[in-house]
Design a protein around this ligand. Sequence first.
Ligand code: NI
Length: 172
Amino acid sequence: MAKRKILTDNDPTLRTVCRPIPRITPRVITLLDDMIETMRDANGVGLAAPQVGVLLRAVVIETEPGQVWELINPEIIETSGEQEGSEGCLSLPGRSGHVKRPNYVKVKALNRNGEEYVLEGTELLARAICHETDHLDGRLYIDVAEYMYAPEEEEEERLSPRLRKYARKRDR
Ligand code: NI
């Protein structure tokens, strides 16, 4: 496994629609392994392939430490409810915003063995699924945020359990 560089800010790769993965090759497995290492190194709870410069539809999520979800060609098939809260992104360092997301999300994807599975998530996992799959369509949370936090509010939000859970920037 190797850590990869996370693209940030105005890199056009972050705004590109990614291609489906037609076949799971050793290269794809290496990509997934590297994405997990990169996400953990950055104390993130999710990472999408375009964030490491690969324009393929793959996402990794780890909202519960030790439980990694790998989503290849993910497709959200059901959502319900609503949640509001703060959100950040490893590709937009030092910023956070207030984002409404569905409180329940059902997503269909392939795992690294090429098997289709369905993942259901609520709360933080639902938020992460939405945030990461958005990346595959070149969409960032700042596009859908109700508003961005001012730096001093960010400081407060960093102390709140909610943001710590999503961004987990400081204390893991
Ligand atoms: Ni992100």
